[in-house]
Design a protein around this ligand. Structure first.
Ligand SMILES: [Zn+2]
Length: 203
């Protein structure tokens, strides 16, 4: 298994649409950024890329590239999912923390969780969305997101496959030994002189 960790922050800006976790949220301000400023999807994207040591969001989508102006951040997430699949992994579960003064996340946390799960191809139960207000941090005009992911291998590791094969072989040998022992018992059941059981006879 592998773990990944991601962080992102964006400043609030009046009159810009607010996108968090792939959802459009009613608010007087949105998050300023070259793309749609989706702080949560950016943190998750970085956690995924980091888990397979594939760089970060800026490596794939440089902020000075005009193609990513106002881009839907789910594109970044999709690329990160392709990277982990190419590396031979899939997501086990994911946990996140949002830190922002407003809007209140609790009433919409379920919707954000469902949307993030959908974008990642996970069950909502495999996605954690937690929100905190930035008490004492003096950053009420900023939204911050942290994300941790756990990746599982798509296939069983080679060593596990070998161990299972060895165990199968062992149980096959047990069967052979058992049938030889039974043969010895069968001959005695036919009324012949009972042969004392001797393990040397089985070699
Ligand atoms: Zn960002």
């Amino acid at each position: 298994m592998r773990i990944g960790y991601g962080f992102d922050s964006h400043a609030f800006k009046r009159g810009v649409p607010l996108r968090i976790g792939g959802l459009s949220i009613e608010h007087h301000s949105g998050l300023a950024g070259h793309s749609d400023g989706d702080v949560l999807l950016h943190a998750i994207t970085d956690a995924l890329l980091g888990a397979v040591s594939a760089g970060d969001i800026g490596t794939f989508f440089p902020p000075n590239d005009p193609r990513w102006k106002n881009a839907d951040s789910s594109i970044f997430l999709k690329t990160a999912l392709e990277e982990i699949a190419t590396a031979g992994y899939r997501i086990g579960n994911i946990d996140t923390v949002l830190v922002l003064a407003a809007p209140k996340i609790v009433p919409i946390a379920g919707d954000i969780r469902a949307r993030v799960a959908e974008l990642l191809g996970l069950k909502p139960g495999d996605v954690g969305i937690k929100a905190k207000t930035p008490e004492g941090l003096n950053q009420d005009n900023v939204a911050v997101a942290y994300a941790t992911v756990l990746l599982e291998p798509l296939k069983e590791p080679e060593s596990t496959v070998k161990a299972v094969a060895a165990a199968d072989l062992e149980s096959e040998m047990d069967e052979v030994v058992k049938s030889l022992v039974n043969n010895v018992h069968d001959t005695s059941a036919l009324g012949k002189k009972s042969t004392p059981f001797d393990t040397d006879d089985l070699t």
